[in-house]
Design a protein around this ligand. Structure first.
Ligand code: PMT
Length: 400
């Protein structure tokens, strides 16, 4: 990738891997990027600032003699200038400061102020990496959208063997390229995704549900998040790993989902309903466990659940795009088209859930995207790849 015109701020903290960061600067410069290096006082003990100054062809900002007055000027300038902010190596100390919002030197002050994507490449002793405090800090940072690469495993400088080695410079540069190449075409937009199965309770220990794992909805939420959207994920019961960096709203039953959607949908630019909602629920809920009566059949009467997508369609606001899914086993396109019209949707994603590699609890899907005037069949692909195309089409519909 040509990085000409890209401005990269590289923070170097105090670890033996700091010497490898010189190669990161060389590689980035070779690709045409403008690189600015900030070193902590400890980093400057491992590698001379002159090395980074020579390789980056820019002055290196260090904390060695800095006073808070100089940070105030420099940190704002570098925080604003960055297209991406990279910290390599990232010690346990800087990760902890970032997680807590501590700004007590040039690097921590600048990274706190930046709005650019942040990539951290941790490097430390295995004990420090596996310490609960570090694990929690890394989780906090991930949840805030900080990209973390590595660490790898192997022989460490301290003689221990295990996780803690900084990722290789070429891997870090490839990750920088990937982040910079990511589309930001949903920046400034609010996207709501529903995912997972509803549970319709019969008594305190039994419920009706379905096989939805949440994978399809989660793929959509992650793709929208990575493209810059502010994502709300309304989730029912799921088994897949819940995405980070999105706002989660829990909804167990169809009635809960309806309540959540009435509250949340109005403020969204895009609503995508991938949740598998039960069409019926037990007409009565027994507060105590229903006792078995030997030899007798149990009859459960079901009553119709509200159609949430239809309710959201009825309150659709101007300029809002509504998408739904159709889980079908026969006459897929015909049934999906009926749902598109009945629920006032702009797009419906039909999946034939009987096909291998499609539908419930698979990592792939085979979908047909249907609008009022177009039907587009897609081949089998990962749910993430399908999610990207669904978002592309939604943006096309938005542009008109
Ligand atoms: O979660 P995974 O394991 O990855 O599986 C993905 C999936 C198969 C669940 C997903 O791809 C899918 O098809 N989701 C929609 C399931 C569904 O409820 O389909 P439907 O044809 O019954 O409903 C049509 C649309 O109306 C859906 O957007 C649904 O969310 C909505 N609906 C349905 C019933 C109801 N009472 N209220 C609704 O809002």
């Amino acid at each position: 990738m040509n990085l000409a015109g890209k401005k990269i701020v590289l923070g170097v903290t105090g670890g033996i891997a700091a010497y490898k960061s010189a190669e990161i600067v060389s590689r980035l410069r070779h690709l045409g990027a403008e690189v600015h290096v900030i070193m902590t006082e400890n980093a400057a003990k491992f590698v001379a600032p002159l090395t980074f100054q020579t390789l980056s062809a820019n002055p290196v900002v260090t904390d060695t003699f800095a006073t808070p007055e100089t940070w105030n000027v420099e940190h704002v300038a570098l925080a604003k200038l960055a297209d991406i902010f990279v910290i390599a190596p990232a010690t346990a100390n800087i990760l902890a400061k970032m997680a807590c919002g501590i700004a007590d030197d040039m690097l921590s002050t600048t990274v706190l102020a930046t709005k650019a994507p942040v990539l951290a490449a941790p490097a430390m002793n295995t004990g420090m990496w596996t310490a609960p405090a570090t694990a929690q800090n890394v989780e906090t940072l991930r949840n805030r959208g900080v990209h973390i690469i590595g660490p790898g495993s192997g022989m460490l400088a301290c003689g221990d063997e295990g996780a803690g080695r900084m990722s290789e410079p070429e891997e870090i540069v490839a990750e920088i390229e990937r982040i910079l190449a990511a589309k930001a075409d949903l920046q400034g937009l609010k996207v709501l995704v529903t995912a997972g199965a509803t549970r319709e309770r019969l008594d305190p220990v039994r419920f009706l549900t379905n096989d939805s794992s949440g994978k399809m909805g989660f793929a959509l939420a992650e793709a929208a998040r990575d493209r810059g959207a502010e994502v709300t994920l309304v989730k029912g019961s799921t088994t897949a790993k819940v995405p980070s960096g999105v706002r989660i709203v829990e909804a167990e039953s169809a009635a809960d989902l309806l309540r959540a959607m009435k509250k949340e949908a109005g403020r969204q630019d895009i609503v995508i309903q991938a949740a598998a909602v039960a069409d019926y629920r037990p007409a009565t809920f027994s507060k105590t466990k229903i006792k078995k009566k030997a030899g007798e059949a149990l009859t459960v009467t079901l009553e119709e659940n509200p159609d949430i997508a239809k309710a959201v369609g009825a309150m659709k606001k101007k300029g809002q795009i509504l998408a739904g899914f159709a889980a079908e086993t026969d006459h897929v396109v015909k049934h999906a088209k009926e749902k598109l019209a009945a629920k006032n949707l702009d797009l419906i994603v039909a999946n034939d859930v009987t096909r291998p590699g499609a539908g419930f609890n698979t990592d792939t899907n085979i979908v047909t995207l249907i609008t009022a005037d177009r039907t587009e069949e897609l081949p089998i692909m990962t749910k993430r790849a399908a999610a990207e195309i669904i978002l592309d089409r939604i943006l096309e519909i938005r542009k008109g």
